[in-house]
Design a protein around this ligand. Structure first.
Ligand SMILES: [Zn+2]
Ligand SMILES: [Zn+2]
Length: 141
């Protein structure tokens, strides 16, 4: 799958030779090529946003930036040595309907995503990364 997708995340376009993930598009878990897609760790975290909210990996905020813009800004920030906390402060986020790490968000967002997997949330919501390791964001190129 990595070869087919040229090691590129199919959501944000990031290309890396190491640590890329492969995501199952539907929940059947079938390993046929139509059901598999290459993604970076950050976009993969958004695809599983419900679980990652409850694990404290991401938070949900209102933002004028799209999810892909947040993924890219986070990667650039990490590359230049910033912490996730410092990067978060540069993103101009607004608190939405629920607290950013709440179970209410996990439930509403998972329900709204339905069967089609997306590495983004309904506007104006976006997932913001608060607990990923540097290498998981940066990834070796
Ligand atoms: Zn990505
Ligand atoms: Zn997955």
């Amino acid at each position: 799958m990595l070869e087919r997708d040229h090691n590129a995340c199919q959501f944000c376009g990031h290309v890396a030779r190491k640590y890329m993930n492969v995501h199952h598009l539907n929940e059947s878990g079938e390993n046929n090529p139509d059901n598999l897609i290459t993604c970076c760790v950050a976009c993969h975290a958004v695809l599983h946003v419900g679980r990652n909210l409850t694990l404290g990996v991401v938070e949900v905020w209102e933002s004028k930036l799209s999810q892909v813009e947040i993924v890219r800004a986070t990667r650039e920030g990490v590359k230049s040595g910033k912490t996730l906390q410092a990067i978060k402060k540069t993103l101009k986020l607004k608190k939405g309907l629920y607290p950013p790490g709440s179970i209410e968000y996990a439930n509403t967002i998972v329900a709204s995503m339905g069967k089609s997997p997306r590495a983004s949330l309904e506007e104006p919501l976006s997932a913001v990364f608060i607990n990923l390791k540097r290498w998981q964001i940066e990834q070796a190129t």
